[in-house]
Design a protein around this ligand. Structure first.
Ligand SMILES: Nc1ncnc2c1ncn2[C@@H]1O[C@H](COP(=O)(O)OP(=O)(O)OP(=O)(O)O)[C@@H](O)[C@H]1O
Ligand SMILES: [Mg+2]
Length: 367
């Protein structure tokens, strides 16, 4: 199975989780006789990668965070429909494990706010140990993209401050420099993936795209792009997302148990839409963005071309009209709890960002 495909080098995974790099036949790389050298380089970097647990592969559609590279494992998807998130080095990894165990613990907590979190975060299914490396552990979590055919995914990091109370001056400076407008708006985009029903292509926007946004363009270029399918704004999806964000806000307004730093909200909706037979195609050209993203770094745009798959239905896809879509599936959940602390105070850092995010989505809706 081909899972990664970057600049003519792709990696296949066997059932046992072993990784095999291959160079695309007929590519310039192969023609130039560089195949052996490239494969040797890729192999040596793969050798440092821990073995993937059986029945898993790197998570499709991951938009931010640690990925499978440089000897490190990122999020994985399991054949059983869950995802496996590697437990990071201590203390941050264990902090996230403790958080999930507290929320989903067998006995249940006395704290109502803790129990209510079960509906706002991915379901937790326990800890899995790597069969080979004893120090590698995974959190088994609900995959929020399950059952979605063409997930559009957006990771929004919350808070004016994305460093915790124990961060060093160096860490504070680094985090603050990542996206200065966060101080004003209280959130930032970490990465996203969009889908075009017309062409069958997904497009990824990485941290470099997100960094170049400001407090205005994040709304109209960032969210505007994310919530559009071939140029048609999915207003019902935005309304649904706002409602779910308001549920999260309600929880934050009541709870006095935790403060969340550098935590995200993951927004997902299915770009799979019903195909109309009567309307003509809507233009997608105004939303072609590959050129302005990622500072020309082609590694950061990974496009999966599904056009072959839809070519048979090309007549139908020409008639596609996203505005006629049935209301797609939507998921809005809090994720990433490596910097969650028990603090018996209102989490005003998160609340500020959440209110601003809701306000900005209303602005987009009205535009
Ligand atoms: N439950 C989930 N379902 C689907 N996708 C997920 C889920 N959790 C995470 N992801 C994907 O993985 C990405 C990274 O997740 P997360 O933020 O939890 O990890 P991280 O940033 O690498 O972790 P950490 O900050 O703890 O080092 C998200 O942006 C999202 O694309
Ligand atoms: Mg993250």
């Amino acid at each position: 199975m081909i899972l990664q495909y970057i600049k003519n080098v792709y990696i296949t995974f066997s059932d046992s989780g072993h990784q095999h790099p291959r160079v695309k036949t007929g590519s310039a790389l192969a023609k130039a006789g560089l195949k052996k050298i490239v494969l040797k380089k890729v192999m040596s970097s793969l050798k440092r990668m821990p073995t993937l647990p059986p029945g898993t592969k790197p998570l499709d559609n991951q938009v931010a965070g640690h990925q499978n590279a440089d000897g490190k494992i990122g999020c994985l998807q399991h054949d059983d429909g869950t995802i496996l998130k590697p437990v990071q080095y201590p203390p941050k990894g264990q902090r996230e494990v403790d958080f999930y165990q507290e929320v989903f613990g067998d006995q249940g907590s006395d704290d109502k706010a803790v129990l209510q979190l079960r509906d706002l975060v991915p379901k937790f299914h326990g800890i899995l140990h790597s069969p080979k490396e004893s120090d590698v552990r995974f959190m088994k979590l609900e995959n929020l993209l399950e059952d979605m055919r063409h997930p559009c995914v957006l990771d929004i990091k919350m808070g004016r401050k994305t460093y915790d109370p124990y961060a060093s001056q160096e860490k504070i400076a680094m985090e603050t420099a990542k996206f200065p407008p966060a101080k004003k708006i209280g959130y930032q985009m970490s990465g996203m993936q969009t889908y075009s029903p017309g062409t069958g292509k997904i497009q990824k926007f990485d941290k470099y795209f997100c960094k170049d946004l400001d407090e205005e363009s994040i709304v109209f270029q960032g969210f505007g792009k994310f919530f559009s399918l071939d140029g048609v704004m999915q207003k019902e999806v935005i309304k649904d997302v706002i409602e779910r964000l308001e549920e999260i806000l309600k929880w934050f307004n009541k709870q006095r148990t935790y403060n969340f730093f550098a935590s995200s909200i993951l927004i997902v909706f299915d770009g799979d839409v019903s195909i109309s037979s009567s309307k003509t195609s809507s233009s997608s050209s105004d939303l072609k963005v590959a050129d302005d993203c990622c500072n020309g770094d082609t590694d950061s745009i990974i496009e999966n071309d599904y056009s072959e798959l839809i070519s048979k239905d090309s007549e139908d896809s020409k008639k596609f009209s996203p505005s006629e879509s049935v209301h797609p599936k939507v998921q809005v959940r809090m994720i990433d709890f490596a910097h969650v602390y028990r603090i018996p105070d209102e989490d005003d850092n998160y609340i500020f960002g959440l209110k601003h995010l809701i306000y900005d989505l209303h602005r987009l809706l009205k535009s």
